[in-house]
Design a protein around this ligand. Structure first.
Ligand code: ATP
Length: 302
């Protein structure tokens, strides 16, 4: 548990990266809207350097949990600590030095429609580093847009001029604006075609590996869970009922988990992942034959 780690609760200097084991610790969280209790005694720890997938049925409170962690959701009970600092009940200026260490891609991107992509990325830079020159701010924004896999000319485009996939990447560029250590992604591949979704997954994994990010990733996308998540947290019954790797979760005897991971869509995602692995070894006849067999559409389908 994080409290035993001497680095866990150390106060960070602005130039220092978090070195504790758990950048996010949630203990005994309770949230509600009026009479409707969303979370009750929920615990969660996110490990440094992992991509943690967060899944659960619609309305189980995945987005509300993310909002509670970043301090946008009032909390009835419990505590949220990010980089060892308590977020619950803290005034915004008390968590300065923490808020600029995370980036958030909200569902739908949440870009300002009247600003260009570049200007959108500049917003957090200007907010947290107003002393930077306009030239340097533009340059950083341009770099983040390129890092997110957008072409150079996207910098001067408005969100309405971009495809859905490009808008997600623009939202990601803004989330990366401050060189975060922690990235929150709320359903980043929703609405993308499978090729666009796979490309976004690859980008997330590459960024995690090259920038050393910890990623809190809400998703319904089984391919994403199989392909890039180190562990997955399952929300049900107002709590996180399990956190583990996908293969370990699949062994659990919970009805929702079984239906989700071992149902037809879960099995299809697993087959797709197996095919990807086998395609890397097509020089081996056994792999080539297996790909040929598995790639056939099921009987009765065109
Ligand atoms: N601002 C709000 N006011 C009242 N109820 C809310 C508000 N935001 C969320 N809720 C309720 O909280 C519950 C959890 O919502 P949340 O958006 O976290 O679900 P989710 O697990 O992210 O769902 P989905 O997978 O459909 O996006 C839902 O019942 C929702 O109606």
């Amino acid at each position: 548990m994080g409290a035993k780690d001497p680095e866990q609760d150390a106060v960070l200097r602005p130039d220092e990266r978090f070195r504790g084991d758990y950048p996010i610790v949630v203990e005994g969280l309770k949230t509600s809207f009026g009479e409707q209790v969303i979370h009750d005694d929920l615990d969660l720890e996110v490990r440094r350097g992992e991509i943690l997938g967060v899944v659960g049925g619609s309305g189980t409170g995945k987005s509300v949990l993310m909002r509670a962690i970043i301090g946008l959701q009032p909390v009835d009970a419990g505590e949220v600590r990010v980089f060892g600092r308590s977020i619950t009940g803290a005034e915004p200026d008390q968590v300065l030095g923490v808020r600029d260490r995370w980036g958030v891609l909200f569902q739908g991107g949440a870009l300002f429609s009247t600003l260009t992509v570049g200007e959108n990325v500049e917003v957090p830079i200007k907010q947290f580093y107003p002393e930077l020159s306009a030239d340097l701010t533009h340059e950083i924004a341009r770099y983040k847009v390129r890092l997110s896999g957008l072409p150079e000319d996207a910098v001067s485009k408005y969100p309405s001029e971009l495809s859905g996939g490009m808008r997600k990447r623009a939202g990601l560029a803004r989330a990366l604006a401050l060189d975060p250590e922690l990235l929150f992604l709320d359903e980043p591949t929703a609405g993308l075609d499978p090729i666009g979704a796979a490309a976004f997954d690859n980008l997330t994994r590459d960024l995690k590996e090259t920038l050393g990010l910890t990623v809190f990733l809400i998703t319904h996308d089984l391919d994403t869970l199989h392909e890039i998540c180190d562990r997955v947290a399952v929300l049900a019954d107002k709590k996180v009922i399990a956190v583990d790797t996908v293969p370990n979760l699949m062994k659990l005897d919970h009805p929702w988990i079984q239906e989700y991971f071992n149902g037809p869509r879960g099995r299809a995602a697993l087959t797709a992942q197996a095919l990807d692995e086998l395609r890397k070894h097509m020089d081996m006849p056994v792999a080539a034959n297996a790909v040929k067999a598995l790639d056939k559409p099921p009987a009765g389908k065109a």
